[in-house]
Design a protein around this ligand. Structure first.
Ligand code: NCD
Length: 361
C-alpha cells in the first residue's frame, strides 16, 4: 500500500503548506516543472460525471511532462460488468504510476488505495470527501488572504450532500481562529458525523443559520455550493430546495470589501452571472488553483512512493453487533467487502464505518 490521499487530513499541515508553496512556485516558473514527470503515467478512473476534476488532473499530469490513461464513465469500464473496485485498482496498478479515482460509492477510494500497489488520489467518493477540491480551496484562500488562520468562513447551500464542504471544514479544523457559519435549509444541514467528529470534537467555533443576508457582514470567505440533485432520493424535495440560495449583487451590499466568494463549480443557479465581474468573485481563479495543487500533489505522492513512504490510513476491525446502514457506502454494494469499524469515541462507545465514516448501528 502506497501513501495515498483519501481525505485532506491525510496530509499534515506542514505538508499542505509545502504543497501550497510548490503550487505558487509552479504558477511563477512553470518551465521548471515541465519534465518533472517524464515517463510517468496517471490513470484517471471516473465512474461519475466530472468536467473540471478529471480535466484538471489530466492537464496537471501533462503539464508535468507525464502521460494519462483514462476511464471517463462507469458504463465504459468493467465496472459495468460488475468488477469490484479492488480488482480494478489492482489491474490499473499494472499500467500506471498513480491513480485519481471518482466513484459514486462512499469509501470507494479507500478500498482502491488498499488494493493498489501505486498511490491513489480520491477525486470524490459519493457525498463523503473530495480532498483535491479542498487543495484548490485552500490555495485560493491563501492567495486571496495571505493566511489560513483567523478567518470567518460561511458555507452556504447543500451542506448535507456537498462533499467539498465536508472536506474543507475538516481541513480548516486544523488552523486556528477559524469561525464557521453554516447557512442552509433545515433539510440540508451538515451531517451529524461532521458535528460529532469535526466541529465539536476539535472545538471549532460555529453557528447555524438559514439567513445568508444576515450572516454576510461578518464573512471573510463565502463558500457557495450547488444543491446536489444526484444525491436526492426524493426529487420533489430537490425541486423544493434547489433555489434556496441565489447570490445576487444586492445581497452583497453589506459584505466586506475584501470578501472572497468561492464555489467548487459547477454552478447551477446559486450565483448570478452578474457577480462574475465583481473583484470578490474567486471561483474561476479557484479552477486554476485546482490544477496547480494537483500538480503539487502528484509530485509529492510520486516522490513518497519512490521513497517507500507508507500509507497513512489506519485499519478498521470487524465488530460483532455493529452494522453500517448507509445505503451509499461501498460495503453495502460489494458483498465480499467486510464490514469494518473504528471506535471514534470510547466514552460514548461510538463506532463508525471504516469505509464511509457513518455512525454504526
Ligand atoms: C464538486 C464535486 O464534484 O463535488 N465539483 C468539483 O469538484 N469541482 C461540486 C459539485 O459537484 O457540486
Amino acid at each position: 500500500m502506497r501513501r495515498s490521499l483519501i481525505d485532506t487530513v491525510d496530509l499534515t499541515v506542514e505538508e499542505l503548506d509545502k504543497m501550497i508553496a510548490t503550487a505558487c512556485d509552479i504558477a511563477d516558473h512553470p518551465d521548471k516543472y515541465a519534465h518533472a514527470c517524464d515517463g510517468k503515467i496517471l490513470a484517471t478512473l471516473f465512474f461519475e460525471p466530472s468536467t473540471r476534476t478529471r480535466l484538471s488532473f489530466e492537464a496537471a499530469m501533462l503539464s508535468l511532462g507525464g502521460n494519462v490513461i483514462s476511464v471517463s464513465s462507469a458504463g465504459a469500464s468493467s465496472a459495468a460488468k460488475g468488477e469490484s473496485v479492488a480488482d480494478t485498482a489492482k489491474t490499473v496498478s499494472c499500467y500506471a504510476d498513480i491513480i485519481a479515482m471518482r466513484h459514486p460509492l462512499e469509501g470507494a477510494a479507500l478500498v482502491a488505495a488498499q488494493a493498489a500497489s501505486i498511490p491513489v488520489i480520491n477525486a470524490g467518493d459519493g457525498g463523503h470527501c473530495h480532498p483535491t477540491q479542498t487543495l484548490a480551496d485552500l490555495y485560493t484562500i491563501y492567495r486571496e488572504k495571505g493566511r489560513l488562520n483567523d478567518l470567518t468562513v460561511g458555507f452556504c447551500g447543500d451542506l448535507k450532500y456537498g462533499r467539498t464542504v465536508h472536506s474543507l471544514i475538516n481541513a480548516l479544523s486544523r488552523y486556528t481562529g477559524i469561525k464557521v457559519v453554516l447557512i442552509s435549509p433545515e433539510e440540508l444541514r451538515l451531517p451529524e458525523y461532521m458535528f460529532a467528529e469535526v466541529l465539536d470534537k476539535k472545538g471549532m467555533s460555529y453557528r447555524e443559520t438559514t439567513d445568508l443576508v444576515a450572516a454576510m457582514p461578518e464573512l471573510d470567505i463565502l463558500y457557495m455550493t450547488r444543491v446536489q440533485r444526484e444525491r436526492f432520493a426524493d426529487q420533489e424535495q430537490y425541486q423544493r430546495l434547489k433555489d434556496s440560495y441565489i447570490l445576487t449583487p444586492d445581497k452583497l451590499e453589506t459584505a466586506k470589501a475584501d470578501l472572497a466568494i468561492l464555489h467548487p463549480l459547477p454552478r447551477v443557479n446559486e450565483i448570478s452571472v452578474a457577480i462574475d465581474d465583481d473583484p470578490r468573485a474567486c471561483y474561476f481563479k479557484q479552477v486554476l488553483g485546482g490544477k496547480l495543487m494537483r500538480m503539487a500533489l502528484i509530485l509529492k505522492l510520486l516522490d513518497d512512493a519512490k521513497n517507500n513512504v507508507p500509507a497513512t490510513f489506519g485499519m478498521g476491525v470487524p465488530t460483532p453487533g455493529k452494522t453500517c446502514r448507509n445505503g451509499r457506502c461501498i460495503c453495502q454494494v460489494e458483498q465480499e467487502l467486510p464490514q469494518l469499524f473504528v471506535q471514534t469515541d470510547a466514552e460514548n462507545d461510538v463506532w463508525r464505518c471504516y469505509w464511509c465514516e457513518t455512525q454504526a448501528e
